[in-house]
Write a protein that binds this ligand. Structure first.
Ligand SMILES: C[S@@+](CC[C@H](N)C(=O)[O-])C[C@H]1O[C@@H](n2cnc3c(N)ncnc32)[C@H](O)[C@@H]1O
Length: 222
C-alpha cells in the first residue's frame, strides 16, 4: 500500500505502527477526487486535512483532554489522532479514564473505521466508542459529565444540533473546533450566530487553515 511522507506526522508522539497506518490512510484520502456534495461522498474519506489533524492532536495533548466527542467520523482517520491524544493523556501522571465518542451514520463507513482503528492497534482502538446511527439520536444519552473537546466535522446543518446535544456537558474552558467555517460559511450560519450570541457562553475566533477552522471556547453560561 502507498504511504505518504507527511511532515505533520512529526508533530505526534506515535509508534511506527500508528504512523504507518496514518500515512497509508492519508495517501488513500489524497488519492480520492474532491467531493461535490454529501450524496457524492458516500464512499469517500472526506477526511480532515493533515495539518488540522496535527493541530487538534497537539491541542488535546496541551489541554490534557480525556473526554472528546467527534461529530462526523467517516472512515475514522481524524479519530485516530483524537484517540492517540486521549489515550496518552489518560495514561499520563495527571490522567484517568478517557474516551473519544465517535459518531457515524453510514454502517459501511463505520465498519471501515473500525478496521482502521484495529490496524492502528492498542494506542488507539481501546480509546474509541463508536456510536453508529444519526448523532441526533446517538448523542442524546450517556455522555461524559465533563467534555473537554468537540470536533465538528459534519454536514453543516448538523453542526448546531450536535453542539446543543452536548453543551450542558461541556466543561468551562472546553474547546469546539469546526472544519471549513469560511469555505462553508452559508451552511454554518446558524452555528456561528449561536456561538456569537453572548448568552450562549462561547467566545470565538477562526484560524486560517484551508477553508477556515472555527475555534470556540466555552466559558459557560452565567
Ligand atoms: C466530513 S466527514 C468526517 C470526516 C472525519 N472526521 C475524518 O476527518 O476522517 C462527515 C461524516 O459525517 C457523517 N454523517 C452525516 N450525517 C450524520 C449524522 N446525522 N449522524 C452521524 N454522522 C453523520 C457522514 O456519513 C460523513 O462520513
Amino acid at each position: 500500500m502507498t504511504t505518504l511522507d507527511l511532515p505533520h506526522l512529526n508533530s505526534l508522539v506515535a509508534s511506527p505502527r500508528v504512523l504507518k497506518v496514518l500515512s497509508e490512510l492519508h495517501a488513500e484520502a489524497a488519492a480520492e477526487g474532491p467531493y461535490l456534495n454529501p450524496a457524492s461522498s458516500l464512499d469517500k474519506f472526506v477526511a480532515l486535512d493533515t495539518d488540522k489533524c496535527a493541530f487538534v492532536y497537539l491541542l488535546l495533548r496541551s489541554m490534557g483532554a480525556r473526554n472528546v466527542v467527534e461529530a462526523g467520523t467517516s472512515f475514522g482517520l481524524s479519530t485516530i489522532y483524537l484517540a492517540l491524544a486521549v489515550g496518552q493523556n489518560a495514561l499520563s501522571a495527571a490522567g484517568g479514564p478517557g474516551k473519544v465518542i465517535a459518531t457515524e451514520l453510514e454502517a459501511h463507513k463505520a465498519a471501515r473505521a473500525r478496521a482502521h482503528w484495529a490496524r492502528a492497534g492498542p494506542d488507539v482502538e481501546p480509546w474509541i466508542e463508536l456510536r453508529e446511527g444519526d448523532l441526533r439520536e446517538t448523542l442524546k444519552t450517556d455522555l461524559p459529565e465533563s467534555i473537554d473537546f468537540l470536533l465538528l466535522d459534519i454536514w453543516t446543518p448538523l453542526a448546531l444540533p450536535a453542539l446543543k446535544l452536548i453543551q450542558s456537558n461541556l466543561k468551562k474552558g472546553a474547546i469546539v473546533v469546526a472544519d471549513n467555517v469560511e469555505a462553508a460559511k452559508d451552511g454554518y450560519r446558524e452555528l456561528v450566530e449561536y456561538i456569537e450570541t453572548p448568552e450562549n457562553g462561547f467566545k470565538a475566533t477562526s484560524i486560517t487553515f484551508s477553508g477556515g477552522l472555527g475555534f470556540y471556547v466555552y466559558l459557560g453560561q452565567e
